[in-house]
Design a binder for this molecule. Sequence first.
Ligand code: PTJ
Length: 221
Amino acid sequence: MARKRLVDLKDLVAKEGLIAHGRGEAFDYLLGEATCSPALEAIKAAAQTIREAKAPVISVNGNVVALASEEIANLSKMSNAKVEINLFHRTSERVSGLFEIMKGVGIEALGVKVDDTIPGLSSERAKCCSEGIGSADVVIVPLEDGDRCQALVDMGKTVITIDLNPLSRTSQTAHITIVDELTRCLPLLINAVQEGVGVDDFNNKENLKEVLGFISDRIKN
Ligand code: PTJ
């Protein structure tokens, strides 16, 4: 299903996005194509952080819109988070196509007219909006690349990511990493925000170790 959505929107998904998707699928097989218990803990921590945020922003790229525009819209509405289109392979056609898809699910996304930059990034992905990522305190960046995640952390943002690879630089750099498939995880995250769940204590490095332990146990058994 997820693959079908990507192929249907192939003009709006970067070629590299299809490669990224394949990488994700490989890790999803290792996870048993199910949400593992460390991911459930990370979802609770993310929900709490999103609820407590003053200016949360969901940063979306081509893959995220293609796979999960409706779920992103629901999360945005549930949490009052703005949605900003922020692309690695930025073209005006891709930005306006993705903007229209988000509009179709009731979201007026930022990112069409950019007036700010993410310091430390040389490429197009540095372009952002001052009323969005530029002034956000919490940024949710699913399927992110490592450099941009690091740059957001360096800006002082609290960064939440969703990434099937627990070893990716993004997973290792974010404050909260949900190691789960995007479309499987978002409904759980939306419920967690709605129900007000949280955690007493969350340590991302320890959580990632637990995910690796989970994968290792699955492979051995
Ligand atoms: O749309 P653009 O131009 O901004 O391009 C976006 C790409 C895909 C190029 C950009 O996000 C990228 O390069 O991503 P990476 O560095 O390949 O990282 C994507 C991460 O997401 C990888 O660690 C994958 O394992 C993971 N991933 C892929 N599909 C999913 C996923 N994680 C969760 N759910 C998925 N469906």
